[in-house]
Design a protein around this ligand. Sequence first.
Ligand code: NI
Length: 193
Amino acid sequence: MSVKKIVKYGASSLRVKSKEVHKISKKVQILVEDLYDTLYALNGVGLAAPQIGENLRVFVVDVGTDPKTMNPITFINPKILKKEGAVNSYEGCLSFPEAYTNVRRYKYVKIKALDIKGRPFILEADEGSLLARCIQHEFDHLEGVLFIDHCRNRFEADKVLTEKGLDPVNADFLLDEKELEEQIQNNPPQEEK
Ligand code: NI
């Protein structure tokens, strides 16, 4: 339908817990189309509804790298069923233009959601794949959580953010992820992008 303006870091709406979708109405269908249009226009891999100004529990991902491997997946009212392992990943977000930093993520994630037709499905993503990370990142947006809340090094993250003209990390939102951090430290670090 149309390419939307991305809500940027600093906006209070990115910190709100989004609401469940009760009916997959025409409005929700248009929202999903707008999410894909905006995602592809910006060459992203995932986009959540709050990032285009709708605080609803909807996100889309497509980790396909070229038109031949396109793999759009729509998640409505997602629930994370299981998460395991830990990985250190280099991450960014369309709401933080050009700012990338190291974050802690689970290696494996199992998620349940509804598709655009309202049909439930379960998906598993593992080995710290781009899909696994993307799902966790976009799911976080629905909870008002941002990738920098998972940063491994606050000072490094602050440096990157300020270089890009963005606000520094807000310590009130930093997540305590001791177990994940220990697992990362006990395994050879995987630097992925
Ligand atoms: Ni994001």
